[in-house]
Write a protein that binds this ligand. Structure first.
Ligand SMILES: *Cc1c(COP(=O)(O)O)cnc(C)c1O
Length: 223
């Protein structure tokens, strides 16, 4: 029915090397559109509201990998803990502890990325390198058995200044390398760099993204 989603997905895939994972960001979009992308072979979808993701999940095929890409409040973790595939934007120890608790309740381990504040301006969320080090060095972190840190995530400034975006992506890659060296040397699962959206994913791939999160270019503009 929707030729556009098919064509958009095809176009986006042509720009993405096979080792980079494409997440189709379906926030605000109806399950019918997600099903259409699924029918084109897409399996990874991204949402940024816990209740919205929890409502869509049972209406769609079981083999979808659901990525939570937005800011997650601790009191919402319970809605998604039984099925979420990867939580992209963890930026406090408190949230990590709650994810661990809910993962334990569901007898599973939940994969997470640490969100870094890379935009040179205007961003409310995300860790500094120092704050991430403090979490990873803490006794409380070492007690968490049901979360697994698989890499980093960041959002560049919304700007047309390509060099600025590039610098910001580069800083995320540097945080990744530095954390890998200090904390995850013997952890092969620590390998993901989630960066790049519709407007800047080509730059993100050039700067080392392993995951890109693309919404409007696939599903059309949001309200
Ligand atoms: C909405 C969103 C995206 C996708 O944005 P588009 O510009 O529509 O591609 C990617 N990442 C996060 C964290 C988002 O909230």
């Amino acid at each position: 029915m929707n030729r556009e989603i098919r064509q958009n997905l095809k176009n986006v895939r042509q720009n993405i090397p096979s080792q980079v994972k494409l997440i189709a960001v379906s926030k605000t979009k109806p399950v019918e559109m997600i099903q259409q992308a699924y029918d084109e072979g897409q399996r990874d979808f991204g949402e940024n509201k816990a209740q919205e993701m929890a409502a869509k999940q049972p209406m769609l095929p079981d083999d979808i990998c659901w990525h939570f890409i937005g800011h997650l409040q601790t009191n919402k973790v319970k809605y998604i803990a039984s099925f979420v595939f990867l939580i992209h934007a963890v930026d406090t120890l408190k949230l990590l502890k709650e994810i661990d608790k809910q993962a334990f309740k569901n007898s599973r381990i939940i994969d997470c990325l640490l969100e870094f504040h890379i935009a040179e301006e205007e961003s409310k969320f995300g860790l500094s390198r120092k704050a991430a080090g403090e979490i990873l060095n803490s006794g409380a972190f070492s007690e968490l058995k049901n979360v697994r840190i698989c890499g980093v995530m960041g959002m560049a400034t919304y700007t047309s200044d390509q060099e600025k975006i590039r610098r910001e992506f580069r800083s995320l890659k540097e945080h990744f390398e530095s954390l890998k060296k200090e904390f995850f040397r013997d952890k092969p699962e620590f390998r993901e760099i989630s960066m790049g959206m519709s407007g800047d994913y080509l730059l993100a791939i050039e700067e080392g993204a392993t995951i890109v999160r693309i919404g409007s270019t696939i599903f059309g503009p949001r309200q």
